[in-house]
Design a protein around this ligand. Structure first.
Ligand SMILES: [Ca+2]
Ligand SMILES: [Ca+2]
Length: 181
């Protein structure tokens, strides 16, 4: 009897543990579930500096024919994350702005993690990365916005060889995006 009880407790612990961790290996949560995040890493050619503003721009409208261009004045309908003066911000199309807490700027890399619920839980995103000086003059960007089919792919990597600028801390070298459950 004692042995059976012992086995039952072990089984219960495994089941509860599996539920708590979402059964990461065997049984992935379906796409519709909440709690997904997207981490964006922007790697520059030189050191990240507060002399520049680093933008990651998201269009979650589901239409791959529209997406953010490199001009910050055209981003009113998009979700705009930025590293600006030592802080990380997320500005929404409705004008509200919040801090991004899970973010860092180290060496040549700016990293921000955004809860996808903040972007209306999209299944695809049109994405753009742009750097400017503090006056707002664009220094570098991706050559065009990237379509991220995040429902089907979890990791994206783009090298940037365009828009080379003499200001290496604002010269985008590569962008990596990763969706996490
Ligand atoms: Ca779009
Ligand atoms: Ca570049």
């Amino acid at each position: 009897m004692k042995r059976n009880l012992y086995l039952m407790i072990i089984g219960l612990v495994i089941i509860v543990g599996c539920i708590a961790t979402g059964c990461a290996r065997g049984d992935q949560p379906s796409w519709g579930e909440i709690g997904k995040t997207m981490t964006v890493r922007g790697v520059m050619k030189g050191l990240v500096s507060s002399q520049y503003i680093y933008y990651f721009v998201f269009d979650p409208d589901g239409n791959i024919l529209t997406g953010p261009k490199d001009n910050p004045n055209t981003w009113d309908n998009y979700y705009v994350a930025r590293y600006d003066g030592g802080n990380f911000y997320l500005k929404k199309p409705n004008g509200t702005q919040t801090f991004i807490n899970d973010a860092s700027a180290n060496d040549t890399t700016v990293t921000m993690t955004i809860n996808l619920e903040e972007l209306n839980s999209p299944s695809s995103i049109e994405f753009m990365a742009v750097t400017t000086d503090i006056q707002g003059n664009v220094l570098d960007s991706l050559s065009n916005y990237k379509v991220l089919k995040i429902q089907y792919q979890r990791f994206f990597s783009f090298n940037d060889t365009t828009g080379e600028t003499g200001e290496s801390g604002a010269d985008i070298s590569s962008i990596e995006l990763e969706v996490q459950f």
